[in-house]
Design a protein around this ligand. Structure first.
Ligand SMILES: [Zn+2]
Length: 294
């Protein structure tokens, strides 16, 4: 962990709220070889990144688990994501053994539009997987690809949450934006989608989906921080919607690939000034309800 890590201030944040800790729905743990390639993308400010992005938490898996424990993050995800066909199986095996070894970690998995997807997703759901992640900006696929029809049907039935990075941040492509998700929800309206990054920068369109579909949640990942506010500021006139959706906003951080201390995400939520009940819901209660924990 960085030597200047403000651990005590993070612990004071949740202690002051009377919480037992934090539930962070958006943390990444990937196999070491893939993690290195992701870091390299960020280090080069590659085409999917678009701006300098100094990664703060580059430690080993063990060091990062210890960091989260020290901060009081009592539950977190691993969120692997497939950037091409043929690798979801490998990522899913890896994430399963990671969750077995780390009791606080949600059993996380991914899928890709490929003929095998319906089968492996159904198998994972029957085996009790906790959460899926898909990333259309990196994976370059359509959420309403017909190869995913049976996947969505399975996940709508099971109620398993799916963290979906579909917003056009940090760099838009032909697959990002709220429209593909809108079409999926038109066919599968009960899906427990968690919109990553509050849908940045298309906050309005994604919040609208949450208002129309009561199983749609949003994670705060990087949103409201100085780093995001300079590029994709959250519109002040949409602040009341965060109150309307108080029971469906979930704390997310994007550890390890963030360029500021963990504390900054928390302070960015606090400075919205939506009150302590809102913070308790977002940082702990909502995710426990969604994942049926505690
Ligand atoms: Zn992420």
């Amino acid at each position: 962990m960085p030597t200047d890590e403000p651990v005590k201030a993070v612990r004071r944040f949740w202690q002051r709220l009377g919480l037992p800790g934090l539930f962070d729905v958006h943390v990444h743990f990937l196999p070491a070889n893939i993690q290195q390639r992701v870091y390299a993308q960020f280090d080069d400010a590659g085409p999917k990144i678009g701006r300098p992005w100094p990664i703060r938490y580059r430690g080993s898996h063990q060091e990062r688990v210890e960091l989260l424990r020290a901060l009081g993050v009592r539950r977190f995800s691993a969120l692997p994501y497939a950037h091409r066909p043929g690798i979801a199986g490998y990522l899913n095996e890896w994430a399963r053994s990671f969750a077995d070894a780390v009791p606080e970690c949600l059993w996380s998995a991914t899928f890709y539009p490929e003929p095998e997807a319906a089968g492996y997703v159904a198998d994972l759901v029957s085996a009790g997987v906790d959460v899926f992640k898909v990333h259309v900006q990196v994976g370059e696929f359509r959420l309403d690809d017909p190869l995913l029809d049976d996947v969505w049907a399975t996940l709508e039935d099971s109620g398993t949450p799916i963290v979906v990075h579909a917003g056009s941040g940090p760099v838009a492509n032909a697959f990002t934006g709220p429209e593909p998700l809108r079409r999926v929800l038109a066919s599968y309206p009960r899906l427990a989608v968690v919109v990553a990054h509050m849908g940045a920068p298309e906050y309005d369109g994604f919040l609208d989906l949450a208002l129309r579909h009561d199983r749609v949640h949003l994670d705060t990942t990087m949103t409201f921080t100085d780093f995001f506010e300079t590029e994709a500021p959250y519109p002040r006139d949409l602040l009341p919607r965060l109150v309307d959706l108080q029971d469906r906003v979930l704390l997310g951080s994007d550890v390890p690939t963030i360029p500021y201390p963990y504390l900054h995400q928390l302070e960015s939520l606090a400075r919205l000034d939506l009150g302590d009940d809102w913070l308790r819901a977002v940082c702990w209660e909502n995710a426990n309800r969604l994942f049926d924990t505690e």
